[in-house]
Design a protein around this ligand. Structure first.
Ligand SMILES: C=C1C[C@]23C[C@@]1(O)CC[C@H]2[C@@]12CCC[C@@](C)(C(=O)O1)[C@H]2[C@@H]3C(=O)O
Ligand SMILES: O=C(O)CCC(=O)C(=O)O
Ligand SMILES: [Fe+2]
Length: 372
């Protein structure tokens, strides 16, 4: 797998590593005052959440799937998928791998710590540097082979972890490619329209990807803590597995923060900033966050999928005409990650070319929505 993902978020406050599993009272450093709206959706009885789409062609014909996906991307920027071909066994294996990793003693985890300029390894959420408060989570980022870090964590016994991660990456790569074509298909885009994504034999070219394991320990004061602050992913799309414990919320103009209920075996698909650019703003990237709870440890695994190294992504020409000029300039994923590391929630606006004739606001400015 190509592994040219660079650009780190540089910490600008000291990164003390808290062992969140052993803290009995929420420290001031982790108290987010404005986050007591976490549970509003769950309390109302009739709330709507993101669509669930069956990817099995025997249950759902392809046109139906495209319609559902198009609607979900426009209205929500996210959807859940079932019958997606990732086995339950592999989902269980990745849960076990994540739990094994995060339950290591802190000193051991720090042997595989992400370096200040690095991308991979163990550490606090990368976006932490944009917030004065710390998040109630820890993460582990993998790009390509995990062997180097796995050896640091388990010098004698790293093989099983590596096997599971590599199998997961391989299966996710296939699924992400399939999803990308379905999503683009829902915009009327075919393989002929996206040359950079197709190899000489008509095969989908391997994209770049990162695997992010997130751990959210049970929290003594969940109403005042934040698992992972509101953000959009810099990807084409992200495939998220959450371990039967709720916590993921997506933001929607009409309903505010909406919980994405875990469905056993289902995966969540998020529209990322690069798909926002490719679709010229038709499919806005989704603002999302993770909240925590008092009793259950939560684990999530995000497969962050982007274009191949060096490919410049820009609004697809088939979607443009004199009434729909390109709204974003071309960027490579690496360049965009650098922009995100610098401007965070203003990254998309910073690559914007002009204000659309229809006058819609850039969804990423999320007027008035506090990202914290
Ligand atoms: C490829 C990447 C996307 C990501 C930054 C990274 O280099 C690896 C981790 C990714 C992640 C996961 C959690 C949320 C996020 C905003 C972050 O801080 O790290 C994303 C980054 C992103 O999508 O910009
Ligand atoms: O844990 C979650 O549900 C969200 C994780 C996430 O947004 C990410 O890793 O980018
Ligand atoms: Fe995310």
């Amino acid at each position: 797998m190509p592994s040219r993902i660079s650009h780190s978020f540089r910490p600008h406050h000291s990164q003390k590593h808290f062992d969140l599993n052993s803290i009995k009272e929420l420290p001031e450093s982790h108290a987010w005052t404005s986050s007591n709206d976490h549970y509003t959706q769950e309390n109302s009885c009739n709330f709507e959440s993101i669509p669930v789409i069956d990817l099995d062609n025997n249950n759902n014909n392809n046109n139906n799937i495209l319609d559902h996906i198009g609607h979900a991307c426009k209205k929500w920027g996210a959807f859940q998928i079932i019958n997606h071909s990732i086995s339950e066994r592999l989902l269980q294996d990745i849960d076990v791998a994540g739990k094994t990793l995060f339950s290591l003693p802190m000193q051991q985890k720090l042997k595989a710590a992400r370096s200040p300029d690095g991308v991979t390894g163990y550490g606090v959420a990368r976006i932490s540097s944009f917030f004065s408060k710390l998040m109630w989570s820890e993460g582990f980022t993998i790009v390509g082979s995990p062997i180097e870090h796995a050896r640091q964590l388990w010098p004698k016994d790293y093989k099983k972890f590596c096997e599971v991660i590599e199998e997961y990456e391989k299966e996710m790569e296939k699924l992400a490619g399939r999803l990308m074509w379905l999503i683009l298909g829902s915009l009327g885009i075919t393989k002929d329209d996206v040359k950079w994504a197709v190899g000489p034999k008509g095969e989908t070219k391997e994209g770049c990807a990162a695997l992010q394991l997130n751990s959210y320990p049970a929290c003594p004061d969940p109403g005042r803590a934040m698992g992972l602050a509101a953000h959009t992913d810099s990807t084409i799309l992200t495939i998220l597995h959450q371990n039967n414990t709720s916590g993921l919320q997506v933001y929607q103009e009409v309903n505010g923060w909406v919980t994405v209920p875990p469905i056993p075996g289902a995966l969540v698909v998020n529209v990322g900033d690069l798909l926002h650019i490719l679709s010229n703003g038709s499919y806005p990237s989704v603002l999302h966050r993770a909240v925590v709870n008092r009793t259950q440890h939560r684990l999530s695994v995000a497969y962050l999928y982007g274009p191949p190294t060096g490919v410049r992504v820009s609004p697809l020409s088939k979607l443009l005409d004199h009434r729909h000029p390109p709204l974003y300039r071309a960027v490579t994923w690496s360049e965009y990650l650098g922009t995100k590391a610098k401007y965070f929630d203003k990254a998309l606006s910073s690559v914007r070319l002009c204000v659309p004739l229809s006058g819609f606001a850039d969804a990423k400015d999320h007027n008035g929505v506090q990202v914290g």
